[in-house]
Design a protein around this ligand. Sequence first.
Ligand code: PMT
Length: 399
Amino acid sequence: MGYVLSNRRVILGVTGGIAAYKAAELVRSLTKAGAQVQVVLSEAAKAFVTPLTLQALSGHPVRDSLLDPEAEAGMGHIELARWAELILIAPATADCMARLAAGRGDDLLTTLVLATPAPVHIAPAMNQQMWAQASTQANLATLIQRGITVHGPDAGEQACGDVGLGRMRQPEALQSAIEDALAPRLFEGKRVVITAGPTREAIDPVRYLSNHSSGKMGYALACAARDAGARVTLISGPTALAMPEGVTGVSVTSAEDMLHAALGNIECDLFVGCAAVSDYRPRLVAEQKLKKGQQDLSQIELIENPDILAQVASHAQRPKVVIGFAAETHQALAHARDKLSRKQLDAILVNEVGDGQAFGQDDNRLHWCDAQQTLDLGQASKIVLAQKILSTLQEHFPL
Ligand code: PMT
């Protein structure tokens, strides 16, 4: 991929942490690969690395002030934000993440992030305790939800002597991530429809049947497909998650609503059924709250819900590729293979559930099954697995 960076325009933001010294190596290797790099330093970063070093390595004056008339006369900050094809902040401190999450624009770097149409990547680096703090994790979730790509941090021994997650990802790995991000995108222009979350099947105005799906797996897939250039529609049952930016959201409640939304969006290249659809619903929905003692609540007659995925896969306007998930507590692969053929899917992702696995978790373990093979995609965060699903898909069922 050596050619990808040739003449590509990258802003490298550096904030104030001990890992800032690695920025020099990053600038050197990015420019060596042909990129044009403009470095923007935060005030605190200057205590760790000198502007002169980065200027010499990048071949451009280093910018560090929002209100510098001389620099603005050359290339104003809005122009600089438009110039960039990608902004990478490495290292990104906990403070930097908090400021980005809050949408601050009171220094040059945060203003550029607000003003750029380019993708923004960050490589966090901080003490492991700071990384684990609920506030940092909440900021991380906000940044990911807004489409910022996060690299690392890695685990290991830290400058302060602690051991844990918080080391900045190595410059070599960051460079290859930037090459991937600037390479032509896998699903550019493709239309992807994903179902996510649970469905709720009303019993009466206050009660319903449902399951423990949080929507995290399906939302991670929507973000990954969006980042790969797809136009994404996410049909979501009720979840506590915010609709990712850049994704068209359709909120539904019941399996029948979800079916209606799926058929209304059938014109797509890829359909992914990740939702945990209730297989059954009450035959009758009481108009008023059922009263204990007045009605027999121990017996609720259920009828089968439509199979959304099977209907999409057998539809006259079948999307080019249809994949599903199988949530199994035992004999997972055998049951998944049965669903693969019964629902006429191209592939199915298999996760074992129960015992606190998969449902509601940030991590998952998945196997990919299609007619030819079974692949172990491993145990990883749902975000990483979503990217693996899309690259496996592109390899075996190119859109
Ligand atoms: O949401 P999370 O908390 O992140 O958890 C993720 C997950 C465990 C929900 C997800 O990884 C997953 O396994 N989703 C599918 C859950 C499920 O309902 O599996 P199933 O084996 O019952 O159904 C098989 C497939 O048919 C699924 O793709 C399902 O969307 C689809 N289906 C099922 C029933 C139905 N009536 N219509 C359907 O389309």
